[in-house]
Design a protein around this ligand. Structure first.
Ligand code: HEC
Ligand code: HEC
Ligand code: HEC
Ligand code: HEC
Ligand code: HEC
Ligand code: HEC
Ligand code: HEC
Length: 276
């Protein structure tokens, strides 16, 4: 015990000496010494190099940092408010009112780090934070509270699968991913019932066999299939005569929609028919 106390005393002493030395050095060096310049100071306290996109701000900490409060969204927005492609793209239009940036765009990770990772949990948490209100009777605060209770008490068994976490279930996937839905709405809005948020493919999924006759259970034909002449034309060209559009399996393989039964030629020749 005594030994420990002693070494603590010693380290305090060392710190005191170091600081003392720094003060002395500061006093005896000329005013224009490199380390007394604002820029050098800034670099000394920076936790790491900025990303390549922001390299030009390496000497302009105040572009992003506000004293005391740190890196602030308002500073980011000052430069990025007019990014049209970001705001017009369905998946990224949430940028218009997300209100915070550093959850997904880390900085100081080095020049070669592109900090563009999507973090769905962070997004859900930001959403919850935006609902927060000082008025306990307000609608948004009540919604937030009920979500909080749900998050806390939802048992693991209630999660649709182990690749999602509770917070992600608060998100409405289609507001951002509707245009990417290959199931054309057939499987509903709640993509997280089956999907994780880091990749669409589901490794354990095995497609029903080609001999299945239930294609319509999971697939919807594109509008092209209901155009006049489609069935009769295809029947003639493919040499198949399905009773109705719903018999997808008569014309299609399961390997790819372009892969028609006994008609490799189709790939080019039919592509003019508008589909979705
Ligand atoms: C392009 C914007 C940007 C610039 C320019 C920038 N930073 Fe940062 N900095 C950030 C972000 C974002 C964070 C992460 C904040 C967090 O994780 O809470 C951060 C974090 C930090 C932190 C960690 C403490 C904290 O506030 O979380 C320090 C220290 C820091 N920056 C110093 C600097 C210094 C010194 C400079 C100038 C040399 C600088 N930064 C320039 C964006 C920037
Ligand atoms: C002084 C203006 C300015 C400020 C402040 C600023 N940026 Fe940038 N940012 C830029 C410029 C310029 C680019 C490069 C644009 C390009 O290449 O099209 C960029 C690029 C980016 C990119 C794309 C990165 C990449 O690798 O392509 C992201 C994300 C980004 N900024 C987020 C932020 C965030 C978050 C903050 C606040 C912490 C911030 N910016 C602050 C000017 C700024
Ligand atoms: C929940 C995560 C998240 C938050 C919070 C977030 N972003 Fe983004 N941002 C992304 C993702 C993901 C992309 C890349 C989208 C893509 O792949 O097209 C992106 C892209 C960008 C880009 C375009 C980068 C490029 O491709 O040139 C800019 C600029 C940007 N964000 C700025 C901001 C600013 C400013 C804020 C804060 C107001 C912010 N972001 C908050 C996730 C986020
Ligand atoms: C507010 C918008 C938003 C919501 C809501 C949202 N996402 Fe995303 N998601 C994004 C953005 C932005 C990306 C980055 C890639 C991109 O630009 O599509 C992304 C990426 C993904 C990816 C990876 C895509 C790939 O090819 O790498 C999957 C999978 C995904 N989201 C699933 C979901 C699911 C499931 C939900 C619902 C629980 C959901 N997302 C809710 C915006 C959102
Ligand atoms: C009932 C379960 C279920 C639901 C709900 C569901 N999907 Fe899927 N989705 C699947 C399966 C199964 C696959 C095939 C996965 C594979 O082959 O790895 C798939 C594949 C995908 C693919 C990849 C397609 C490809 O060929 O690469 C995307 C993108 C996708 N789904 C988006 C969505 C979106 C967006 C939603 C919500 C609007 C959604 N899914 C809802 C089951 C579902
Ligand atoms: C139990 C649901 C289910 C049934 C039944 C089903 N499929 Fe699928 N199928 C899927 C899912 C999920 C995907 C992956 C998502 C997507 O690409 O639409 C898929 C993908 C496909 C693809 C795209 C493959 C690719 O990678 O481009 C084709 C073609 C296909 N199915 C044909 C068929 C045919 C033909 C039948 C009937 C013999 C059939 N499916 C029956 C669920 C089903
Ligand atoms: C009479 C034969 C026939 C039947 C039956 C049929 N298709 Fe097709 N399908 C075609 C032909 C020919 C094409 C290529 C023309 C096109 O792209 O519309 C095609 C294309 C497609 C495409 C690709 C469209 C694109 O945008 O790439 C999908 C998806 C598709 N069919 C789904 C289905 C589904 C689901 C069914 C059953 C509900 C079905 N088809 C029934 C002949 C058929």
């Amino acid at each position: 015990m005594a030994k420990k106390k002693k070494s603590k005393k010693k380290s305090i002493l060392i710190t005191a000496i170091t600081i003392g030395v720094l003060i002395v050095v500061w006093l005896v060096t000329p005013g224009d010494a490199a380390f007394k310049q604002v820029n050098t100071w800034q670099r000394m306290t920076s936790p790491g190099a900025l990303s390549a996109a922001h390299a030009s701000l390496e000497n302009n900490c105040a572009a992003c940092h506000t004293p005391v409060t740190g890196a602030e969204a308002a500073n980011c927005i000052a430069c990025h408010a007019n990014d049209k492609s970001l705001l017009q793209n369905q998946a990224t239009s949430f940028h218009a009112n997300v209100g915070s940036c550093k959850e997904c765009h880390l900085e100081h990770q080095g020049r070669d780090q592109r900090t563009l990772e999507m973090d769905h949990v962070a997004l859900a948490e930001l959403g919850l934070r935006q609902l927060k209100s000082n008025d306990p009777d307000s609608e948004s605060e009540r919604v937030r509270q009920s979500f909080a209770v749900l998050m806390k008490h939802m048992p693991d068994a209630a999660l649709p699968h182990s690749r999602v976490v509770r917070e992600e279930l608060l998100l409405n996937c289609t507001t951002c991913h509707e245009t990417e839905d290959p199931h054309v709405g057939y499987f509903g809005d709640n993509c997280a019932t089956c999907h994780a948020t880091n990749r669409w493919n589901i490794p354990e999924y095995i497609h029903p066999p080609a001999a299945s006759l239930d294609c319509v259970q999971c697939h919807k034909a594109p509008p092209s299939h209901y155009m006049p002449m489609f069935m009769s034309m295809c029947a003639k060209m493919l040499g198949k005569s399905p009773k109705s559009v719903s018999q997808c399996y008569v014309c299609h393989m399961i390997t790819g929609w372009n892969d028609m039964k006994g008609a490799a030629w189709h790939k080019k020749s039919m592509s003019h028919i508008p589909s979705r």
